[in-house]
Write a protein that binds this ligand. Sequence first.
Ligand SMILES: [Zn+2]
Length: 623
Amino acid sequence: MSVNGKVIPHTPLAVDFWQVRKCPGTRLFFLSHMHSDHTVGLTSTWSNRPIYCSPTTDTLLRLKLQVKEKWIHPLELDEPYLLPMDDIGKEKLTVTLIEANHCPGSVMFLFEGYFGSILYTGDFRYTPSMLREPCLRTHTTIDVLYLDNTNCDPNRTLPSRQQATQQIKEIIRRHPNHNIVIGLYALGKESLLVELAKEFKTWVEVSFERMQTLKALELPDVFTTEPGAGRIRVVEQSKICSANVHKWDKEQPTLAILPTSRPLVPFHPNVHVVPYSDHSSYQELEDFVSALKPTSLVPIVGNHVPASFSALLPRRKRHEILVPECVRHYMLSQPESQLSSSANTSPRRRQEEDEEEEEEEGADSTVQQAFAKIQTIGPEGPAVVYCPWTMKEMKEVLEHLPEIQQDGDKFAKALLLFCQQLSLTMPEIKKLLTFKIGPTHASHFTALLAGQTGLKKPQWDHADNAPHRNALTDAIKAKFPAKFDMSKIFACKQNAEESVNDYYHRLHQVFNENSGIAKPEGYPTPETGVWEAHLSHTFLNGLAAPISTSVKQTCIGVMDGARLEELRRHAVHAQHRLNEEKVNDDKKRRDRKDKAQLTMVQAVTGWSYQPQGNNRGRGGYRR
Ligand SMILES: [Zn+2]
């Protein structure tokens, strides 16, 4: 099968290219869409290299090729993302995914970095709205345009898809007593099928395998796997051959329709080829290139573009590309050196797992992915890990987040901190949230985590993202208000051996964990708030009885809301005073006891007691 992918020179990037032995310097892999000529070499054993694609392609990639979730990084469309281009976090590129109007999940990639601006169309059907994409509108210069030149033939014209759909409808209308068989690839042209089903009010019969894909795409309910349930049936394009058409027609009058831009000649009177194309026409390509005026153009299919296209390019010389030292190092780094250099900083557990997995999967080890290191929270406190994290690692850390059912506020704060540290994408957050709290709970936040309300900037803590962050926190807090456990707070009393300050701090913690009342930001606040009032009351009643009584007697306004700090000071003072009193009482008691003993001794022996000068306490005894 032909390979319609490219390794981007002078970069660690490749698009739709999966033969890792042929691109040892490639570190970041991008998938434009799920057609098989763009996934040659991509299998379920793919490992150690991140794949970036659209959320729909992510779904299909897992469903159809069983690529492991941990290697796939779905990115939302129309959002700029920063990705590392080295292993020290110095050089980054920005990538923006743009709808390619080709098949479900298909995107174009706009890469921006030290190499300039590269637009990679993948397979695409041009519409003028593409030029209105913010990232393309504001762009003055595209340095390299990788162009889908499938239909780049000046001698061929193609109708729009609407016109082609009309042609198909007319053919079906002209044959009211015929069944219709439509030949398609495994993915694409679903909207045509939906339109035909609605127009002719019939089910569309598909195979079980296609049904799985259609279900994953959440399309309108017009498809069935029940044989003979509808007038329209979909088969693999290769099944439309003379023998089959003849056979079907014998069973029941049947027409075959091939919606394709390939220049096929109908080989049977019942076969209709309609130029319904998911690739741009020559005219559309010309419009697109004239508007973008890229400095250079690279065809994706084969290596030929008509000479007429070079006239569309401006006479601009492309700057020489200097690959930064850190990127060069990243692309050349050897697996061995990466392993040994990370041995001191990476948690051992992770390394062992990675090595085990590699063995399991029999992965190709000629290229090893190196990631930027970041410090973050881990199961055993702060840990140095590699970014981007694998899904598995992120899930591990998630296990240590507070329970959402217990306190939504606390959970939201921890989650947002986690998201910020890892610069997560919205689909990743959605996935992780679903994993952590289960699909039922997560469904409350689906709309918030959907594409349109996604982050405005790649950095989580960017001010433009605040509305989104707040909306998510508020939604979680509202859905899962904190659960109170007042019994734990009431049970928290000052112990006999405990100082007032120790008790104060212990109560503080128990109160914050179980009261469901948040400590106000910037405490102490000018006014006594709910948090302080409740805590003061609990503190006063939890103090040891004599201290509590003393505070109540000595602290003015204790019953009508004295400040917590004032209460604490009074309590500390009361404890000191009570301790001193106790010491004095003890001394007095001891003195009384000594005196009583002495009186007894004198009575028995006739000795006399005289204190000796400066001698303190019990002096010597003398006759
Ligand atoms: Zn395609």
